[in-house]
Design a protein around this ligand. Sequence first.
Ligand SMILES: Cc1ncc(COP(=O)(O)O)c(C=O)c1O
Length: 482
Amino acid sequence: MAKFEQLACQMRKQLQEGIWQPGDKLPSLREKSIHSGMSLMTVLRAYQLLESQGLLISRPQSGYYAAPQLAAPPLDSASAVNVQARVELTEDVDVNAFIFDVLQASKSPSVVPFGSAFPDPHLFPQRQLTRSLASVARRMQPRNALDNLPPGNEQLRKHIAQRYALQGIAVSPDEIVITAGAMESLNLSLQALTVPGDYVAIESPAFYGALQAIERFKLKAIAIATDPQHGIDLDALHQALNDYPIKACWLMTNFHNPLGCTLSWENKQRLVAMLEKYGVGLVEDDVYGELYSGLQRPLPAKALDGKGLILHCSSFSKNLMTGFRIGWVAAGQHARNIQRLQLMSTLSASAPMQLAIAEYLATSSYDSHLRHLRKTLEQRKNAAIQSLQSYLPYDVTIYPSRGSYFLWLELPPGLSSTTLYWQALEKGISIAPGKMFTTGDKYDRHFRLNVSYEWDERCEQSVKALAALIQQQIKAMHSMKI
Ligand SMILES: Cc1ncc(COP(=O)(O)O)c(C=O)c1O
């Protein structure tokens, strides 16, 4: 065992024995080095190892602290202890204010929109859609407002059902409810499966929309560790399903936002088997499913849904037109309840927008638009990765995705993406800091970049500016710690 591993092992024991309680500050690197007789580098590596195992957290310009304990109930088997570290309970989710600030900041046209969730609007067939909208507006009858009430425009639901059929998924138009974007379909689905106080399993990190919904509906979040390469930890989810009366899961099985990961087919099968065993519903957020890089669209877990437990939510916002705000849920047996909930909240998605998209889909231009869009996004992402690799310090990790238009980045230990966010914003650059995707500060070393925009000189200069800010933080950290 290397020296740093021996030291980490010793400290792990001390942490387990409670010598340092959650939140306690650990000796500085220099103090530890003097007391242990080991080099600063050995001590740093030991601390970093413990941090990667979730036992320590580093606070910029402050040092290392014992990680907060999980609020989950005690588990009895020794092997479950490791799993417990990958399950985190939050009784009182409160994330809205920070997310709102970040989203507002990335809206200004003078700000480089790396932090935005929206794809470059120039990628959309604006002219064709406007033509469809003008044409349906001319032909619209007073009755149409009523025809397009929940479950939504019949033609549009048929088109969507046909697209499911092309993937080999049998969804009847009657099971589909048209909504105002995926955000509404996701929220209605969660509402259909839960009542206030219920437990909901989500990924960690998670799309902030899930955190906001959980906060708004007064639910309790069980956050399951999710890996940028392999997706949600299914052992941890299994443990959570065993330990808590979970009523619903809200997961992204394809091109997770912010991580970019896609669950393998085998893991989707395992996930569905688990849902069936525990009789738990899944709100499946698949808004980026059409934006794949390879040859084939990855199937959603919905394709395996034999028992009607999956409410598959998606929209045209990310791949056709953001502002039209048209989405849907393939809700199966929950379709009627979702319509009822929709009637009590927004009433329906906008009739002209539903009609315009139905008309556009009938022209069969959608698939060629999607092919072009996927190719452009992939080229832009590759250009961005190249630029980031050239300028960012070598120990910043970039997690590329095989779809969508986000990159997830990890800063070296001791750095903060929240600090980077504020500093970058002063220079007119937005990023999406890890804090947006969690209830604690677990992902304060991570951030998401939107790379859907044309990779021009402005982007290149912005990456250089981000690199300089990161270097600045590294220098400040070294001067504080040594
Ligand atoms: C993961 C995820 N789900 C849902 C949505 C909301 O989609 P829509 O704009 O269709 O409401 C977004 C938008 O950013 C998203 O990133």
